[in-house]
Design a protein around this ligand. Structure first.
Ligand SMILES: Nc1ncnc2c1ncn2[C@@H]1O[C@H](COP(=O)(O)OP(=O)(O)OP(=O)(O)O)[C@@H](O)[C@H]1O
Length: 336
């Protein structure tokens, strides 16, 4: 197991009080696993991804622990985390490609990065860098260019190269395919799977709104809603047979490839997610859920319904228990 996140909660300090953007989230990633993290805007995806690598001063952890390769990460201690970034955990933040310093050449930025991480054998890392540039179809002369001289797709690939140069166990890639054209999106997606296959990264969390991209590159998908995980399953299971009413609604709101829309009507999700300052008790989707019933005023457990398929929904738990009682369905296993 390369990554284990246990009951993690993260809040922002705000004048209106703490905003708990990540609430008691648990999951693990196997070696070699790419997990997609999807959900509506404001559901806490970036906060969760950032918290695993870099907790900015507005954020604080209010519970839980994270370990990578069975070693606990001191995520609340930025000083201690400095030594773990790039080698154990690395982040390509949202808008990273637009944040590359415009007055420094790419090669210079990489050299500064290696210096700041006190890399001893810089020559070996540079040789590896050239190999990786070639692998993803970039020429070495990219190092003597400024970021504004590169296309969006090239810049994004450069940010991923930089973030993975010291072979982190976990890469968090936040919206790395947004704002790219379709062929650049494919190139970036393929780069992530190639880097995983070659062992440059052991596992990755890819944050995006784009479930179509995740269907191509992710081994599993987790759906986040109002700071909590609603569902997690292997990619094909989540896309073909989602169980949580929110995941079903999310998928129904997206166009499917090859479907004519005079045959199928896309449906939006009525209502809005709750405020995270004073969230309602119980299931946070209940106000918008067509299946909500009395039990939904209690918080549903995030439980494993089938192997590798976890759902936080009372209706699903109840149906599953009924099926198991009737000798049908799969046995419910221990929570992972
Ligand atoms: N600095 C902040 N202060 C207070 N609340 C914040 C701050 N930053 C984010 N939040 C709140 O935390 C919640 C989660 O935000 P986050 O950016 O993690 O969501 P997201 O799912 O990544 O959204 P998006 O897809 O739009 O990037 C939101 O409700 C947001 O309003």
């Amino acid at each position: 197991m390369s990554v284990n996140v246990e009951n993690l909660s993260v809040a922002y300090r705000s004048r209106r009080g703490d905003v708990t953007a990540v609430d008691n989230v648990s999951f693990s990633l196997a070696d070699g696993e790419i997990m997609g993290l999807a959900g509506e805007s404001g559901s806490g995806k970036s906060t969760l991804g950032n918290a695993l690598v870099y907790l900015d001063p507005r954020m604080k952890t209010t519970g839980g622990k994270v370990s990578v390769d069975r070693r606990e990460l001191p995520i609340a201690d930025n000083g201690a985390m400095r030594h773990r970034r790039m080698t154990e955990v690395s982040l390509v933040p949202q808008y990273a490609m637009s944040a590359l310093t415009p007055t420094r050449k790419i090669g210079r930025m990489i050299s500064d990065l290696l210096k700041s991480h006190h890399v001893k054998d810089r020559a070996a890392v540079m040789t590896e860098l050239w190999r990786r540039l070639e692998l993803i179809g970039l020429k070495e002369d990219v190092l003597s260019k400024y970021s504004f001289e590169l296309s969006g797709g090239m810049r994004q690939r450069v940010t991923i190269i930089m973030s993975t140069l010291l072979n982190p166990s976990l890469l968090v890639a936040d919206e790395v395919t947004s704002a790219l054209d379709v062929s650049s999106q494919r190139a970036v997606g393929e780069m992530l799977t190639e880097f995983r296959d070659r062992g440059y990264i052991k596992s990755a969390i890819t944050i995006t709104h784009d479930l179509a991209i995740l269907a191509q590159i992710a081994d599993s998908i987790a759906i986040m809603y109002a700071g909590r995980l609603a569902e997690r399953a292997p990619t094909s299971v989540l896309v073909d047979s989602p169980l949580h009413p929110y995941t079903q609604a999310l998928l129904n709101s997206l166009p499917a490839v090859g479907v004519r829309h005079d045959q199928v009507t896309l449906t939006g999700i009525p209502g809005r997610p709750p405020s995270l300052v004073n969230p309602p008790t119980g299931c946070r989707f209940r106000e918008r859920c067509p299946f909500a019933f009395a039990k939904c005023t209690e918080t549903p457990p995030f439980e494993e319904i089938k192997p590798g398929h976890l759902v936080a929904c009372w209706k699903v738990s109840q149906e599953n228990a009924d099926l198991a009682g009737a000798g049908q369905g799969l046995p419910v296993r221990e929570k992972v």
